[in-house]
Design a binder for this molecule. Structure first.
Ligand SMILES: Cc1ncc(C[n+]2csc(CCOP(=O)(O)OP(=O)(O)O)c2C)c(N)n1
Length: 632
């Protein structure tokens, strides 16, 4: 095989290639992509699906003058390879390596940072309208998947775009998949468009016939025009977009480079907004991924020959504990419903969906809708459980405040991937939830230290008649969890795990175990720490905090959340309000900056949240007063 890929230093190098060479390059890219992602892990299936599309885009347009915005951005790997990052591609998603998402600091070709879905059309309108105001004439292209088109922001942007009529190209990459099978009425509509070449022929025939009928009376013409309109409505592909004022081109075979190039060129000379409907196969070219695109949407390292995970986990994750427990609880309580925003697999709801199909709702990538929908259910006496990643719930802040908490409705939020998520990086770290939930009246917030506690917290939340959130990390490695019936925990009470003196470590969720380990390590050096498992971030265990403050001159709070507005802030606010002073108060957590991507252990260590980091913080705190040997 020729080595075309390494010769592409910038997108303009593509322009000299014939379509035949572009097809050869596509094959080379697929091979390289598969080999690399099998080692690094990443979003394989989505990228395999857009090889030809990316080549066509970079052949027709002139990035970075022309701006391409990748919705979600998980499918931007080929774009990265073609825009000067091929030689670093093997560092993908690793600490100090390339990001797995478009990142403007990484390259001028990354026109806009993405990671959360459905933002591309809004951002593209901003860039396009700014271009118009500045008298420039570059092209702006938003590439959005059919899954991402289900997000509310995409609809809002289409509505605005149809009104503005600015020049902008939307490439709708339709592979019929979100992470799992795409859902919703729009998805159904797109399927109809996919299947409609016959209808397109019919439309052409009708128009042809109307044009051929000579000299008709006015009334007949009007009737026929009306008839044409209604037939057009039935048969014009993309009528929905056309009616919104956005020209529809397609459907186009997304694996045929010359076809895509042709349509992109047509779109670039069109005045006003255009949507090109491109049909692709998720996982294209790797049989296992074509058969099971959901499995290869986001993957860890795997064997290419059989698709098996390399170094696959043997221990349990919080997601699995939740998945099992919610099914058990739902068997006992028919009011329990589960809601996901396109994350059935990731949040562990697959078994729930199978066992209780009428009580399960995948709303598409629509977190805001998911929350208010849950509020509606709760109003009628149901117990909706919204299972969502911490980072994606950021979208629904107002719905949590206005639709759930203000009406004190018993909606339970299961916040998976709370804390650092590792290689996905800053767009996906769930490090703000304690801060964005803690100040909302009526909200109860819990964080389990292990799987057993997660089960009990579910029972606690369901026994509480109001809004509650349970946040837990991506980490696995949990000890096997006993299967006895989950029991509600004492409400608002923390757990005193170890009684020491002078120094109290209060850990939240994932930070309890390292706090305890740090205490054991420090013990060897004569420092005897008290360790508390906070369990509740809201309401605080005020009684215990007061007791600790009276008996311990040093208090350390430890949380996998930004310090600003988190658990430590809550404890400090409480003590200040009570007029209680402690000699030294330290808050360990994440700084006021976005944390980069990389292995979670590296990131935790870097931010002082490892066992070693906690020991260091305690040592610094007590060094002047307690004689300790170096190296603690
Ligand atoms: C707001 C938000 N919710 C959920 C996700 C998780 N997510 C990442 S990609 C994806 C599916 C996107 O489907 P589509 O746009 O069709 O792209 P494809 O992977 O099929 O190419 C989802 C749900 C996200 N990135 N952002």
């Amino acid at each position: 095989m020729s080595n075309l890929l390494s010769r592409i230093q910038q997108p303009s190098d593509l322009k000299q290639l014939s379509d035949k060479q572009l097809n050869e390059l596509a094959a080379e890219i697929r091979k390289f992509l598969l080999k690399t992602v099998a080692q690094t892990g990443g979003h394989l299936a989505s990228n395999l699906g857009v090889v030809e599309l990316t080549l066509a885009l970079h052949t027709v347009f002139d990035s970075p003058i022309d701006q391409i915005i990748w919705d979600v951005g998980h499918q931007s790997y080929i774009h990265k390879m073609l825009t000067g990052r091929f030689s670093r591609f093997e560092t993908l998603r690793q600490y100090n390596g390339l990001s797995g998402f478009p990142k403007p600091e990484e390259s001028v070709h990354d026109a806009f940072g993405t990671g959360h879905s459905s933002t591309s059309i809004s951002a593209a309108i901003g860039l396009a309208k700014a271009r118009d105001l500045m008298g420039e004439n570059n092209k702006v292209v938003a590439v959005i998947g059919d899954g991402s088109l289900t997000g509310g922001m995409a609809f809002e942007a289409l509505n605005h775009l149809g009104h503005l009529q600015t020049d902008l190209i939307i490439v709708l990459n339709d592979n019929e998949m979100s992470i799992s099978k795409n859902v919703g009425a729009l998805s159904r509509y797109l399927t109809r468009l996919r299947l409609n070449p016959k209808l397109r022929r019919l439309k052409a025939d009708v128009q042809d016939i109307l044009q051929r009928i000579p000299r008709l009376g006015q009334a007949t013409v009007r009737t026929l025009e009306k008839l044409e309109d209604s037939i057009r409505f039935l048969v014009t592909p993309g009528m929905l977009f056309e009616e919104l004022g956005i020209a529809y081109f397609g459907p186009v075979d997304g694996h045929n480079i010359s076809d895509i190039k042709f349509h992109l060129k047509q779109a670039s000379i069109h005045k006003g907004p255009v949507l090109i409907h491109v049909l692709t196969t998720k996982g294209k070219g790797y049989e296992l991924a074509e058969k099971n695109p959901q499995h290869f949407h986001g993957t860890g390292p795997f064997e290419i020959t059989n698709g098996k995970k390399i170094g696959g986990r043997v221990s349990t994750s919080y997601t699995e504990v939740f998945a099992k427990t919610i099914v058990e609880l739902a068997r006992e309580n028919s009011k329990i419903l589960a809601i996901t925003a396109a994350m059935t697999d990731g949040t562990g709801l697959i078994n729930f969906a199978k066992e209780f199909p009428e009580r399960f709702f995948d709303v598409g990538i629509a977190e805001e809708h998911a929350v208010t929908l849950a509020a509606g259910f709760a109003k009628k006496g149901f117990r909706p459980v919204v299972a969502v990643y911490s980072t994606f719930l950021q979208r629904a802040y107002d719905q949590i405040v206005h639709d759930v908490c203000l009406q004190k409705l018993p909606v339970l939020f299961m916040l998976d991937r709370a804390g650092l998520v590792g290689p996905d990086g800053p767009t996906h770290h769930g490090v703000f939830d304690l801060s964005y939930l803690r100040h909302i009246p009526n909200m109860v917030i819990m964080a389990p230290k292990d799987g057993r506690e997660l089960r009990d917290m579910l029972a606690t939340a369901l026994a509480y008649n109001g809004p509650a959130a349970i946040r837990y990390p991506k980490r696995d490695g949990l000890k096997p969890v006993a299967e006895d019936v989950p029991q509600p925990l004492p409400f608002g009470r923390s757990e005193l795990i170890r009684e020491g003196e002078k120094i109290a470590l209060i850990g939240v969720g994932s930070m309890v175990e390292p706090a305890l380990e740090a205490a054991l390590r420090l013990q060897k050096y004569g420092i005897n720490c008290t360790v508390v498992n906070a369990r509740f971030v809201k309401p605080l265990d005020e009684e215990l905090i007061l007791r600790l403050a009276e008996s311990h001159p040093n208090i350390v709070t430890i949380e996998e959340n930004v310090i600003a507005g988190g658990f430590g802030s809550a404890v400090l606010e409480f003590l200040v309000m009570k007029g209680v002073r402690v000699e030294k108060f330290k808050m360990l957590g994440l700084p006021d900056q976005f944390v980069t991507h990389g292995a979670t252990e590296i990131l935790l260590e870097k931010h002082g949240l490892s066992v070693e980091g906690i020991c260091r913080a305690v040592r610094e705190m007590v060094l002047p007063t307690v004689g300790i040997r170096a190296g603690v």
